[in-house]
Design a protein around this ligand. Structure first.
Ligand SMILES: Cc1cc2nc3c(=O)[nH]c(=O)nc-3n(C[C@H](O)[C@H](O)[C@H](O)COP(=O)(O)OP(=O)(O)OC[C@H]3O[C@@H](n4cnc5c(N)ncnc54)[C@H](O)[C@@H]3O)c2cc1C
Ligand SMILES: NC(=O)c1ccc[n+]([C@@H]2O[C@H](COP(=O)([O-])OP(=O)(O)OC[C@H]3O[C@@H](n4cnc5c(N)ncnc54)[C@H](O)[C@@H]3O)[C@@H](O)[C@H]2O)c1
Length: 449
């Protein structure tokens, strides 16, 4: 290894890249990482973290609305977008500094520039410097897809949404996936008029149909408008700076912001992978084996760029596994069973394991479904009519719980704990044998009969 400048060169200091760098260095490897934007990557800089802070910030609207029922007087309340935005952006700066310190503490060299691959053991920095490494890890993440229609230059993506100069009055969100439903919830709670425009009639594909339907009903009641089966045809900028958006065969919709949330494509364009004999998949993803090794034995790839599961904890696990495999003396794979996930919509939904539809197909219909459809106590007290819905999907033959699906207040927090039980393969009888924690919403999980 001594013939190379580094033992490991990582391209991309995001969730996967930082974890792999840190762990490889802790195993004694000489590691460097190149980052073309900001240390921390999508999750920290313009993804999970600032998004969740905006969810927290906007959720006060609901709390303040309900507060009067609990005896609080909240007259004259106001909201200042600039304060929330700037506080969130300051927290992002803090986290970027913390990630940089982590790299420094682990003696990982970092180059603040773009890197491309020039061969199985070599990379080139934007400044022109060539660096060699025994192994190269590609952890460059993904990039928002911008659909092709006239006027798309007037639209923003999740990259820009955290920096809006003012709170828009009217927001159109294109797409009905994670980002669309999370930002529809944020803007709706902050008092904007929100229209979700989707090309199909399905929102949050992959989530259980009953939960999706519940989210649709609640968010419609909260004022979000939906236009399904509705492609965007044209966006025209008006003299006052607002937008006129032509959708489907309907009347154009006026808006101040059009947020595109139509998926994220692996960021592999121009990365030079062909120089190492790596052929990209149809969606631009890097094909890898179960150890995240590419077709080139010295090059690995983790995270969104491989388009396996586009979630931060997965990128982190994959990065950690590569570092252990290459430098820790342990061959380590990442498992993808019972991966918990959540949509931080308002209300949020969360899920682990098989949906009812998936289980019915895999188990030839031999499944049992248990549901709790309830009005959370705090909602009843606040005269809020929104109901929570929890669903357990159970293998009828073995009694094993195959999936847990929840929509309602705090469901992501509750689901993380119950995901342990699903991953451990516990049965419905073992759920039932667990004493309820009362009064809580989570107790519904052990009370479904
Ligand atoms: C708005 C939004 C909200 C999200 N919310 C959640 C959530 O709540 N929970 C969750 O689990 N996931 C969430 N995600 C997904 C999550 O952010 C990603 O799955 C995760 O960040 C992927 O990590 P990664 O290491 O693969 O890539 P990234 O974190 O994207 O890191 C890749 C890094 O590589 C850099 N880079 C790219 N090309 C080069 C190059 N050639 N040279 C040098 N550097 C380069 C990029 O600048 C970037 O910093 C969200 C994503 C978005 C966009
Ligand atoms: N809470 C979380 O864990 C979280 C939050 C945000 C993002 N993410 C990750 O980031 C990824 C990207 O998020 P996303 O919301 O952009 O993608 P997504 O895959 O969740 O949703 C994409 C949406 O865009 C629609 N669409 C796709 N192509 C289109 C086109 N050409 N025209 C019109 N509509 C189109 C799809 O029908 C779908 O509704 C997610 O897959 C997820 O893995 C996770």
């Amino acid at each position: 290894m001594a013939d190379y400048d580094y033992d490991l060169f990582v391209i991309g200091a995001g969730s996967g890249g930082v974890r792999a760098s840190r762990i490889a260095a802790s195993h004694g490897a000489r590691v460097a990482v190149a980052e073309e934007f900001r240390i921390g990557g999508t999750c920290v800089i313009r993804g999970c973290v600032p998004k969740k802070l905006l969810v927290y910030g906007s959720h006060f609207a609901e709390e303040l609305q309900d507060a009067a029922h609990y005896g609080w007087s909240v007259e004259g309340m106001t909201f200042d977008w600039n304060v929330l935005r700037d506080t969130v952006l300051r927290d992002v700066d803090r986290l970027e500094a913390a990630y940089t310190t982590t790299l420094d503490n682990n003696k990982v060299d970092h180059f603040h520039e773009r890197a491309t691959v020039t061969g199985p053991h070599s990379v080139k920095l934007a400044s022109g410097r060539e660096i060699t490494a025994q192994y190269i890890l590609i952890a460059v993440g993904a990039w928002p897809v911008m659909p092709d229609f006239p006027g798309n230059e007037h639209c923003i993506t999740s990259n820009e949404v955290f920096h809006l100069s003012s709170l828009p009055k009217r927001v159109i969100v294109q797409g009905a996936g994670y980002i669309a439903m999370e930002f529809a919830g944020i803007f709706n709670a902050l008092g904007c008029h929100v229209t979700v425009v989707n090309r199909s009639e399905t929102m949050l594909r992959g989530y259980d149909a009953a939960l999706r339907d519940r989210l649709l009903q609640i968010t419609m009641a909260r004022g979000i408008e939906y236009k399904f089966n509705c492609p965007i045809k044209l966006v025209e900028k008006q003299v006052d700076g607002s937008l006129m958006v032509s959708v489907g065969d309907q009347d154009p919709i006026p808006a101040d912001v059009l947020l595109i949330a139509t998926g994220r494509r692996p960021k592999t364009d121009g990365l030079g992978l062909e120089s190492a004999g790596i052929t990209l998949g149809q969606g631009g993803e890097i094909p890898v084996d179960e150890y995240s090794k590419t077709a080139c034995a010295s090059i690995y790839a983790v995270g969104d760029v491989t388009d396996r599961v586009q979630l931060t904890p997965i990128a982190i696990r994959e990065g950690h596994a590569v570092a252990d495999t290459l430098f820790g003396g342990t061959l380590r794979k990442t498992h993808y069973d019972a991966v918990p996930s959540a949509v931080f919509s308002q209300p949020p939904l969360a899920s682990v394991g098989l949906t009812e539809a998936q289980a019915r197909e895999m188990f030839a219909g031999n499944v049992k479904i248990f549901t709790a459809d309830f009005r959370p106590m705090k909602n009843v007290f606040a005269s809020r009519h929104e109901r929570g819905l929890y669903k357990l999907v159970v293998d009828a033959a073995s009694d094993r719980v195959l999936g847990v699906h929840m929509i309602g207040p705090d469901s992501p927090e509750i689901l993380q704990a119950v995901a342990i039980a699903v991953r451990a393969g516990l049965t419905k009888a073992e759920f039932d044998d667990t004493i309820a924690l009362h009064p809580s919403m989570a107790e519904e999980l052990v009370l479904m009969r």
